[in-house]
Design a protein around this ligand. Structure first.
Ligand code: S3P
Length: 275
């Protein structure tokens, strides 16, 4: 049997090798993003993740530590997604739009695909107040809720590279838009009143719509809010008839177009942070 010092030296050299290989793998991720951008390929490609998992299973098949190593690969995948997200987004992604426009759905999907952190202003309010949104409206009224919303947005100013899913009425206050813009690019999701009704009709968690669940009311309120939504938006995405993956991909593409294409291995420069 080898001496314990010798075994430990072996472990240390394995770790060094692993660190070198991991850094090489991360460099490849940066290269892939640059390649996709240059060749106009979709960035997200969720099918590649499935292929990758199949590949690992093949590599590890029959390996004594198969289960444990698969866990390590999953962890590496999450790291790679984070590297991707950092290369793609220097700022927060603030999702705005009418109730039912798909903000939470798009946020969850981006979180899964890019291992990004997500926050919802509504959830922040529910946690801070210890009450459901409908109860806050019923007990304290809408102006109180709107103040909570403004406070939640101020509380997000120091965050970066986070997905912020804003309540549907958040950008009606100009100060909220200003505060969001300090650290975020604003993405407006739109849908027709008919699509909105389809998506929200079975929910009673939106006090603004309770008792008004019809296309006419939705269309009227949407029209009242339209100017504020459009003025706040850096990017606009129509969601009708699109899958969530298509919407996320469109978001990434439009975001890249705005950046004007960052150069060099997906590295975020000071200059790109200021854009
Ligand atoms: C509201 C939208 C809701 C929530 C509250 C008020 C609105 O969020 O903030 O019920 O005024 O549009 P969602 O857009 O996430 O439903």
């Amino acid at each position: 049997m080898r001496a314990i010092t010798e075994i430990r030296e072996d472990i240390a050299s394995c770790d060094k090798e692993l660190a070198r290989l991991l850094a090489r793998r991360m460099d490849c991720i940066g290269e892939i993003i640059d390649y996709k951008k240059l060749n106009g390929m979709p960035i997200l490609q969720p099918e590649q993740e499935a292929r990758q998992r199949k590949l690992w299973e093949g590599i590890l098949d029959g390996n004594l530590y198969e289960e444990e190593q698969l866990e390590v690969f999953e962890c590496i995948l999450q790291m790679s997604k984070k590297v991707q997200a950092k290369a793609l987004f220097a700022q927060n992604i603030a999702l705005i739009g009418f109730m039912g426009a798909g903000k939470s759905t798009v946020s969850h999907c981006l979180k899964d695909m890019l291992a990004m952190e997500e926050v919802e202003t509504d959830t922040m309010i529910v946690e801070a107040e210890g009450m459901a949104i409908t109860d806050i409206f019923a007990k304290y009224g809408e102006p109180y809720f709107r103040n909570c919303e403004s406070k939640a947005i101020i509380g997000l100013q120091d965050r970066r590279q986070v997905i912020i899913s804003c309540g549907g009425g958040a950008v009606m206050r100009d100060e909220n838009v200003e505060n969001l813009k300090r650290s975020s690019r604003i993405v407006l999701l739109t849908a027709t009143p008919k699509t909105i009704l389809e998506r929200v009709k079975d929910s009673n968690e939106r006090p603004i719509l309770n008792g008004h669940m019809n296309v006419e009311y939705i269309a009227e309120l949407m029209e009242k809010r339209r100017k504020k939504y459009e003025e706040a938006a850096d990017i606009v995405i129509a969601t009708d008839g699109k899958t969530v993956i298509e919407i996320c991909e469109e978001l990434v593409q439009k975001w890249n177009e705005m950046e004007g294409g960052q150069e060099g291995n997906g590295v975020i420069t000071e200059a790109s942070m200021e854009k």
